[in-house]
Design a protein. Structure first.
Lengths: 114, 114
DNA sequence: AAGCGACGTCTACAATGGAGACCTCGTGAC
DNA sequence: GTCACGAGGTCTCCATTGTAGACGTCGCTT
């Protein structure tokens, strides 16, 4: 009966995944430029800063990512403190759900998709 | 160097996948209402007929699905013959590529995503 | 002959994807 | 000191994708 099921756009999913990967492997929240580099590298998706912030804001509204102010070493530039993002538990949840759906759909098609 | 990698929207991907699954398992092209039922069932995504046709049209423009006229048993209703859809080889290709990307992104996160 | 219902079409709108201009203010060069 | 530069983030604008629902047509029933 899925009450208003929530769906992730494809780019949102990529951002969430890349962000989770960074925070997991570095054990720290990630500043935007690092995330951007990761997207370009791992997912082959070059995206402008504006586009990324926009997406991050939307993900935040949905409660799937959150951020904290970066207090360390880096001086506050341009009147804006640097933000460090991370995926929330809810974010991990949608990622998990989306993965389960896809895995289910793929399962009977392995011979076609390799 | 991935020259302009192609990205599928999330719903497009679901449609392609569900369609491929049906045609594979039934060995026949699929009429829209069957696809619609499958989407509701396997992917938990209830969608209106209009929305589905719209998406199918867009997928057709990109060359990822194609259709043929249903000549069998079913009488032509409403001046419109029934169409039966199927995924094209290109469509299978993007599905494969998208799957590879996701699998790659997930690979280092199995402990988090299960 | 009347209307139901199966099909596909069309229009309108919301959400998401994406680029780029822009503003602010530490910092380093001079 | 002061000026340009660059690292942050913000804002606005446009394209694409996701979605619903009203509509038109015409075989099939009754």
């Amino acid at each position: 009966m899925t009450p208003t099921p929530v769906f992730l756009g494809d780019f949102e999913q990529l951002v969430l995944l890349a962000l989770l990967q960074i925070t997991e492997s570095s054990n720290d929240h990630a500043p935007v430029h690092v995330l951007r580099d990761a997207l370009r590298g791992h997912a082959g998706r070059a995206v402008s800063r504006g586009a990324l912030y926009r997406t991050l804001d939307r993900l935040e509204e949905k409660g799937w990512v959150a951020w904290t102010i970066d207090t360390e070493d880096v001086p506050e530039r341009g009147g804006h403190p640097r933000r460090r993002f991370h995926v929330t538990p809810d974010g991990v949840g949608v990622l998990r759900a989306s993965r389960a759906t896809l895995l289910g759909l793929w399962s009977t098609l392995e011979h076609v998709l390799d």
